[in-house]
Write a protein that binds this ligand. Structure first.
Ligand SMILES: *Cc1c(COP(=O)(O)O)cnc(C)c1O
Length: 362
């Protein structure tokens, strides 16, 4: 039999979320982040549904090529930039823009003799991942302005480490105002649009909106704020991950279920076996008790998640039968809830769905 597992992508929810996010940062330009295959939703599906965005952000040049092949003509920003003359040629051919975050990239732009490209200058204001430290920004900016490989205005950008913590008086919450101050000081007097805000900053830090916002997760209906779901911000989940029951078995009190026999039936009871496992991207670390919906009604994982299968406590669902639908996450069961149970974040779950899952657009 074919595996009955599907990831349904709700393109209407993507469009709704785009408008909802825009409304939170009125008048700013919006770059839709579609890296990691559109946060696991499918790059082309996501980008076409989000075609109302002013630009797209991707992790790699190959993704920029896919955006162009899909017929989209907006600016595309390659977050990792380039590290060779060949990369620069590819960016030119695609009409793509690049982040410049490292001195070696300045040299390539100074030495190139092909047509110039547009660039975004990345400043490390405290995350300590990619970017020029504040003390090197003026020199990098001046070199970009003079480089023959650069055209147009230079966008000044940074990325927040803790913008999901909205309380400015908490330890992590104080980091966003500190990054805002560092950014303002490093860029004071430099011409060019500003771009700082990821989804959480769009939702919680209006002072950070600048000229370009760069939401990702919020467009897919996900919240990055601990303890809150996307719905709390008026967002709609863009993915339903679902499968079916392969069997419903009667298990006697005291019987133990699954690998390593970690779960013991507290009474005589029905146990459902669903066609989903970590081979599909469902998190193996989701413990017993993690919610699922069987026929739209709450049930819970029993025992360990295995590669192809999951066992489900069906007490209170005596009518459940093989073939019945099982929702792993979606509108009625937020992916954030499952992620929290599994000790991870919603992004990691949607990005982790594997190739054997059938994707359907709705
Ligand atoms: C991924 C990413 C974003 C979007 O972050 P979300 O939390 O998904 O909104 C914005 N900017 C950069 C540089 C990123 O890498």
């Amino acid at each position: 039999m074919a595996r009955p597992i599907t990831a349904t992508i709700h393109t209407d929810a993507l469009r709704h979320n785009l408008q909802a996010v825009r409304a939170r940062a009125d008048g700013r330009r919006l770059m839709a982040m579609v890296k990691a295959d559109g946060y696991g939703h499918g790059l082309e599906t996501a980008a076409l549904a989000l075609a109302g965005a002013d630009a797209f952000g991707v992790a790699a040049i190959e993704d920029a090529a896919r955006i162009r092949a899909a017929g989209l003509r907006q600016p595309v920003l390659v977050l990792s930039g380039f590290d060779s003359a060949d990369d620069l040629d590819q960016l030119r051919a695609l009409g793509a823009e690049a982040i410049v975050h490292h001195a070696a990239q300045l040299e390539l732009l100074e030495q190139t003799d092909g047509p110039p490209i547009r660039v975004w200058l990345k400043i490390d204001t405290g995350m300590h991942r990619l970017g020029f430290p504040p003390g090197q920004v003026r020199e990098a900016y001046a070199r970009l302005r003079a480089a023959r490989g650069v055209t147009g205005e230079i966008v000044l950008m940074t990325h927040f480490a803790s913008s999901d913590e909205f309380d400015a008086h908490s330890r992590n919450g104080a980091q966003t105002p500190a990054q805002l101050r560092a950014f303002a000081a490093a860029t004071e007097g430099l011409e060019g649009p500003r771009s700082l805000a990821n989804s959480a900053a769009v939702l919680g830090w209006p002072d950070s909106h600048g000229d370009w916002i760069r939401p990702g997760g919020a467009l897919y209906g996900m919240s990055v704020v601990a303890g809150r779901t996307g719905a709390a911000f008026g967002l709609r989940p863009a993915m339903t991950f679902e499968t079916r029951l392969l069997a419903v078995n009667r298990v006697a009190k005291g019987e133990r279920i699954g690998y390593s026999a970690t779960w013991e039936a507290p009474e005589d009871m029905p146990v459902g076996v669903a066609a989903v496992g970590y081979g599909d991207g469902y998190p193996r670390l989701a413990p017993a008790g993690t919610p699922v919906l069987v026929n739209g009604r709450p049930a819970a994982i029993a025992g360990r998640v295995s590669m192809d299968l999951m066992t489900i406590d069906l007490r209170g669902q005596s009518a459940a039968r093989a073939g019945d639908p099982v929702v792993l996450w979606g509108e009625a069961l937020p992916v954030e809830t499952v992620a929290e149970a599994a000790g991870t974040i919603s992004y990691a779950l949607t990005c982790g769905i594997t190739r054997r899952v059938r994707f359907v657009n709705a």
